[in-house]
Ligand binder design. Structure first.
Ligand SMILES: Cc1ncc(C[n+]2csc(CCOP(=O)(O)OP(=O)(O)O)c2C)c(N)n1
Ligand SMILES: [Mg+2]
Length: 693
């Protein structure tokens, strides 16, 4: 039987959601109204979560994948009394979400943004709103929980036992990423994962019958999930039984299909699309409050006893569980100091002492090696000393060179502590899972061909928005991949990735630049980084002759300068085109033309340098500049200037051997030399005519 106090708590969530949306004059009231009983019961009766420490490592995770129902989460964070702790010293900075914050729902500089944003309010486990991403993240979190358990639990010390719950809407389940993620979760038999599907049969355009005829329950059963049905979202006792079934089912994930009524209680808008994404209107709000037995004129009312009830439920249970955990952890530290130390590193996102000494240096070599190859070597050197560096590829590991060498390292259902993930051909879920892993403290990387970054782009954007240090290894980074042709040759990808705020895109020129890239990526704690690597071999540049590769850290650096005076022309290259620029530089020198070669692996890092450094690399007075990159030409104007020339791609590539493509599209030293001469001659003509007049 539901107690009156339980119903009072549920109706408090509902009315807070209605009032906040009404006050903001925008937002999504209907789903919080419908799901309040389910979410309340989960939090109050089941979640292992201490509101006093929302960052406790072994807390159950609650992901609101239907991020538009954000008020459901904000109401829970407020009513459960979740605190905002200083990440530095753990001091209490006040409530994560105060009632004032709820009153300021969707307002500038508030914590209660339109959709839940990680880092904005404590207790928001991940940023959600783009449908499907949250459930994708939840799979990563469930993998991380099992990984942590496999590596750190010891007999008598169950340090990691947490489960992951996600609320999914119709939209979440329609999005392809959820299909990929559910398939992977079923394959990995993630018994610690529970999705709660809000089967309200309504989306924005109306009934789901407009666009969906599949049976999600049957679909998930076929993915290998356990499926529970709840006929009425208001039946909290039945929901508790479904949760108990999840608890008993540890050999596969669970989907609880919950039949609900969007806008439950709204006299005219219940079960309509109008309840989804707009304020109910004053009259409708009043009507719903009347239906709940709520004072009609009350606004943002939290009745006496509600917060106390939460404190006696989730609060007391969470406190006890966390206390026990802290006690166990102290004993664990005494018994397993090295493992405890590793966990400290994970929690604080610190690297082990001496990690960078492992990174190999590569001797000069004219034949060289592909940057995917050198990256694989560096990754393996790092993996040896950073156990929580784990990752994988979307079925391309032999090509992306991202496998960690060694026996028994596959992460599979029966080996959850492995380090090589096999995402299958699921780039989108891979990205969402990587975010879930990073949110759980691990250091994840994912790999594919650069052209397929499009398939996994939404989670890359979210990693940047959430400031997560996810690493992407994208190989086959240009037309240089050759015969596979234009379907596989990225053109606009670098540009579009460079446009994502916060993401660092790196296109190293040779093996030693690859090493430097990894050296700067690993210490990142609050931004993702992406490596664009070649399929084809590139020379390992002779660093005794040219500048050291550590200039990579500044985004761009002078690799080669001419003797005997200031350069007349600057050649700016990235990745595989840098050695072409070096060849051109040497050829120009033979003809008495002074050129500078700038290697520019990262626009973002270069743009962040002080002006005087940038001017020292690209002196403003040298206007004859050429950029060389086998990718979309757009954007290079900013570095070559109005008088410069861009050697880039203005069409798709073609299927042909690499040397033929180089010639066809102008990526040869001869073409660079000719372009430089042309520019200098044109400038000379202008200068002459100026002298004559
Ligand atoms: C990837 C993505 N596409 C589109 C949207 C816009 N959008 C927000 S909610 C929604 C669908 C609403 O239906 P449902 O998911 O069933 O949520 P409910 O209204 O039932 O809560 C859409 C299309 C989005 N948030 N994310
Ligand atoms: Mg719906």
């Amino acid at each position: 039987m539901m107690q009156d106090l339980d119903l009072l708590c549920i109706n408090t969530i509902r009315t807070l959601a209605m009032d906040a949306v009404q006050a903001a004059n925008s937002g999504h009231p209907g789903t919080p109204m419908a799901l309040a009983p389910v979410a309340y019961t989960l939090w109050q009766k089941r979640l292992r979560y201490d509101p006093q420490d929302p960052a406790w490592m072994d807390r159950d995770r609650f992901v609101l994948s239907a991020g538009h129902a954000s008020m459901l989460l904000y109401a829970l964070l407020h009513l459960a009394g979740v605190r905002d702790l200083d990440p530095e010293d753990g001091s209490d900075r006040g409530p994560a979400v105060s009632l004032d914050e709820i009153r300021r729902f969707r307002q500038l500089d508030g914590r209660c943004a339109g959709h839940p944003e990680y880092r904005l309010a404590a207790g928001v486990e991940t940023t959600t709103g783009p449908l499907g991403q949250g459930v994708g993240n939840s799979v990563g979190m469930a993998i991380a929980s099992r990984w942590l358990a496999a590596r750190y639990n010891r007999p008598g010390f169950e340090l990691f036992t947490h489960d992951v719950f996600a609320i999914a809407s119709d939209g979440d389940l329609m999005e392809g990423v959820s299909h990929e993620a559910a398939s992977l979760a079923g394959h990995l038999k993630l018994g610690n994962l529970c999705w709660i599907y809000d089967n309200n049969r309504i989306t924005i355009e109306g009934s789901t019958a407009l666009a969906m005829s599949d049976d999600p329950g049957a679909r998930f059963a076929a993915y290998g999930w356990h499926v529970e049905h709840l006929a009425d979202a208001n039946d909290t006792a039945a929901f508790e039984r479904a949760l108990a079934a999840f608890d008993r089912t540890r050999d596969r994930p669970t989907l609880i299909v919950v039949d609900s009524h969007i806008g439950y209680g709204a006299p005219h808008k219940q079960d309509t699309r109008e309840a989804h994404g707009e304020p109910l209107g004053e009259d409708e709000v009043r009507g719903a409050k009347r239906f709940y037995g709520w004072p009609e004129d009350a606004r943002f009312l939290v009745p006496d006893g509600v917060q106390e009830h939460f404190a006696a439920g989730i609060g007391a249970r969470g406190k006890r569980l966390r206390r026990e955990w802290i006690g166990r952890s102290a004993e664990y530290r005494a018994k397993h100091p090295a493992l405890a130390d590793e966990l400290d590193h994970i929690r604080e996102r610190r690297l082990p002492e001496g990690w960078s000494e492992r990174i190999p240096a590569f001797p000069a070599d004219a034949k060289g090696m592909a940057t995917r190859e050198s990256s694989g070597k560096v990754l393996n050197a790092l993996a040896a000393c950073i156990p929580w560096l784990i990752g994988g590829s979307a079925d391309l590991a032999p090509s992306t060179k991202t496998l960690i060498a060694g026996d028994g390292l596959d992460l599979e259902a029966g080996s959850p502590g492995g380090r090589n993930l096999h995402f299958g051909i699921r780039e989108h879920a891979m990205g969402a899972v990587l975010n879930g892993l990073a949110l759980s403290g691990l250091r994840p990387y994912g790999a594919s061909f650069l052209v397929f970054s499009d398939y996994g782009r939404p989670p890359i954007r979210l990693a940047a928005l959430m400031e997560l240090p996810v690493i992407y290894v994208y190989t086959h980074d240009s037309i240089g991949l050759g015969e596979d042709g234009p379907t596989h040759q990225p053109i606009e990808h670098l540009l579009s990735l460079r446009a994502i705020p916060g993401l660092i895109v790196l296109r190293p020129a040779d093996a030693n630049e690859v090493a430097e890239c990894w050296k700067l990526i690993l210490p990142l704690t609050d931004r993702p980084a992406l490596l664009a690597l070649t399929r084809q071999a590139v020379p390992t540049i002779d660093r005794r002759r040219y500048a050291a590769a550590d200039g990579v850290a500044r985004g761009a650096y002078v690799l080669a300068d001419p003797p005997g005076g200031a350069p007349q022309v600057v050649l700016i290259g990235t990745g595989s085109e840098v050695s072409l620029c070096v060849q051109a530089h040497e050829a120009l020198a033979v003809d008495g033309i002074r050129s500078r070669v700038v290697s520019m692996p990262s626009w973002e890092l270069f743009d962040e340098q002080p002006r005087d450094y940038r001017d020292s690399v690209l002196p403003p007075q040298i206007t004859a500049r050429i950029s060389v990159e086998q990718a979309a030409a757009i954007g290079w104007e900013r570095y070559v200037g109005p008088g410069g020339r861009v050697i880039g791609m203005r069409s798709f590539g073609a299927s042909a051997p690499h040397p033929d493509l180089q010639r066809k599209f102008g990526f040869t030293a001869e073409h660079i030399v000719a372009t430089a001469k042309e520019m200098l001659e044109a400038a000379e003509r202008v200068a002459q005519s100026a002298r004559r007049s």
